[in-house]
Design a protein around this ligand. Structure first.
Ligand code: SAM
Ligand code: DTB
Ligand code: SF4
Length: 331
């Protein structure tokens, strides 16, 4: 059997054997009694992580709106009228100022997002400067810029980018219901390039888009079966934005969101599982259950890309109340 080396806690390396997950097996996890699911997730979580430490990533939209893809959930698609304007790329000094502010507020990772199908050559030159400058502050860097070719992947690697975020978003079977301008294989190809270049992979998805339980399990199985699976797995709860095709989607039961986190933790034991978009609408109690289920990262700062996120004060109060601390504070 192949083995893989996973880096976690920044410096400890552990060799683990990959496990293939059938969609049926993942679905069976989703269907466990809640207490049994949470117990298994906590056990696995504690084998690999400090259960009271949380990693804080701050997002910045470096290029907002006007995207040529038609993702049904996204306020930045040019196909939907959401009131999000097509803006030009931020200047380097604005990005560096935002990264410094995030670092001051306690974030240890800074993620730069762009509403692109893929970056142009000129875009890449600017992004490389941003990555270099943010790294220079001593923060971990992450970028999410759409599809990459080999050359662009190499440019980011040389710049020292730590993580590339590119979500599978949903299962292969449901994908075509949500996005028509690219296919699943395009996503897998970019992730493969990032992996081969040696950067850390950040990939997850969105739940609450009307997918079936089997399709939700299908997303988790796809992620967990990547060899190796992503180091960072963002689980987003759909943020329903007026003007998008998914604006009137029925709410997902919050306990099904918690279950998704638990199943991601069980199937990807050493990954950092991020409780991502949708937190502003979540109670403290549901967020606490997500942490118990194995989430150990959040987006931190008042804004995601175009939508809101809890205030820094609210997040600090929540972590305090739970006796949790950020990785940055622990260093
Ligand atoms: N354009 C690039 C791409 O799609 O890969 C990068 C930016 S895109 C906004 C990054 C991710 O944001 C998407 O893959 C999706 O998972 C998430 N996202 C976008 N709109 C969302 C929404 N309304 N609710 C939850 N997540 C959302
Ligand atoms: C991820 O999985 N979620 C973030 C980040 N990666 C780039 C984005 C969430 C976007 C939510 C909608 C918005 O604010 O525009
Ligand atoms: Fe564009 Fe990314 Fe939004 Fe899709 S999710 S419309 S690719 S910005």
């Amino acid at each position: 059997m192949n083995t893989q080396t996973i880096e976690f806690h920044h410096h400890v390396k552990k060799t683990i054997a990959p496990q293939r997950w059938s969609v049926e097996d993942v679905e069976a996890l989703f269907k466990l009694p809640f207490a049994d699911l949470m117990y298994r997730a906590q056990q696995i979580h504690r084998e690999h992580f400090d259960p009271n430490a949380v990693q804080l990533s701050t997002l910045l939209s470096i290029k907002t709106g006007g995207c040529s893809e038609d993702c049904g959930y996204c306020p930045q698609s040019a196909f939907h009228s959401t009131g999000v304007e097509d803006r030009k790329m931020l200047d380097l000094d604005v990005v560096v100022a935002a990264a410094k502010a995030a670092q001051q507020a306690g974030a240890d990772r800074f993620c730069m997002g762009a509403a692109w199908r893929e970056p142009s050559e000129a875009d890449m030159l600017s992004v490389v400067d941003m990555v270099t400058a943010v790294r220079g502050l001593g923060m971990e860097t992450c970028a999410t810029l759409g599809m990459l070719n080999d050359e662009q992947t190499e440019q980011l690697r040389v710049a020292g980018l730590d993580y590339y975020n590119h979500n599978l978003d949903t299962s292969p079977e449901f994908y075509g219901d949500v996005i028509s301008t690219r296919d699943y294989q395009d996503r897998l190809d970019t992730l493969d390039r990032v992996r081969r270049a040696g950067m850390h992979v950040c990939s997850g998805g969105i739940v609450g888009m009307g997918e079936s339980l089997t399709q939700r399990a299908g997303l988790v199985a796809q992620l967990a079966n990547m060899e190796p699976y992503p180091e960072s797995v963002p689980i987003n709860n759909l943020v329903k934005v007026e003007g998008t095709p998914l604006a009137n989607q029925a709410d997902l039961d919050p306990l099904d969101f918690v279950r998704t986190i638990a199943v991601a933790r069980i199937t990807m034991p050493t990954a950092r599982v991020r409780l991502s978009a949708g937190r502003q609408e979540m109670s403290d109690a549901i967020q606490a259950l997500c942490f118990l289920a194995g989430a150990n990262s959040i987006f931190y700062g008042e804004q995601l890309l175009t939508t809101g996120n809890p205030e820094v004060e609210r997040d600090r109060a929540l972590l305090d109340k739970l006796g949790m601390y950020s990785l940055a504070d622990k260093h």
